[in-house]
Design a protein around this ligand. Sequence first.
Ligand code: ACO
Length: 322
Amino acid sequence: MIFTRITGTGSYLPGQPVSNQALIALHALDSSDDWISERTGIRARHIAAVGETSSDLAFHACQRALAAAGRSANDVDLIIVATSTPDYIFPSTAALLQKKLGITNGAPAFDVQAVCSGFVYALSVAEKFIRSGSHQCALIVGSEVFSRIMDWSDRGTCVLFGDGAGAVVLEASNSPGVLATALHADGSHADMLSVPGQIRGGQVTGDPFLRMDGQAVFKFAVKVLTEVANEVLHTAGLTVDQLDWLIPHQANVRILQSTAKKLGLPSEKCIVTVDHHGNTSAASIPLALDEAVCQGRVQPGQNLLLEGVGGGFTWGAVLLTF
Ligand code: ACO
């Protein structure tokens, strides 16, 4: 039987941290450090430089993940990038990343668009490629420059997000590995969180900025994150107390705390990076995972539950032994 294991993690944050105070001053926002940190837990985020793209951030994260796995770029036979802020409409950010990494072996490369659930979608898809025997060594990336789709005059959204990238190397293995995955979507909630613009006839039409109903998102997120966590635990035959770490999408510290509480998981077992990363959408889970690995908190053999929810709406989880 073929199993799949994460053999290396890496991440990259552009530039220096931008504090709430600095962001408020930069965009003349009618807001305060107290409001942002009390309502969201966010104290700082990173913002990519002008011209720095998702594939640039992904490149650095992937180099670190490959080094951690002891792999060279041309060992990779599958590349999946989760992003909602691609470099171009096409080619895919994954194809651009392949070139930047110098991968010349013809490995398939494609993007997954599931907003903040993108990384768990990409990981779940790659796991099925590897378990089928068709591929052996996948590079799975979440990379975002959400600063590009912020309306900097909308204080209800622009303080929440940040830029960054995280990556894992996922390989075929004789032992597990990924224990269970679950993916879901419900397009009837498309308007709750969206960037409802498009390019038509050389012009941007509609609204090219992120819009959301924050309170509706909050309630929906806690509900489905709890459900999908229980779903993968049930599938794998594990109980909550057998989990070492919950690594959720980092949207808001109150969403993370509420989800952990509803699951009956001590809050110390929930990895939190939203305070210094902000919400980096598809990048947030691999960024949090890599930080916890680098800090020595996540150790080989531990059970991790990765889960995300995002626009679409989409949501999903991956339960694995690291
Ligand atoms: N600074 C100061 N005041 C603000 C700010 C700000 N940055 N943003 C909004 N306010 C004001 C509002 O205008 C409103 O003022 P009013 O009462 O005069 O009308 C007041 O604060 C309360 O606004 P609410 O929207 O009711 O505030 P709430 O407590 O719901 O917090 C928040 C808003 C933080 C967005 C919350 O709803 C939330 O966290 N929702 C989850 C959304 C989220 O995390 N989205 C991320 C993307 S989705 C994802 O990743 C899954």
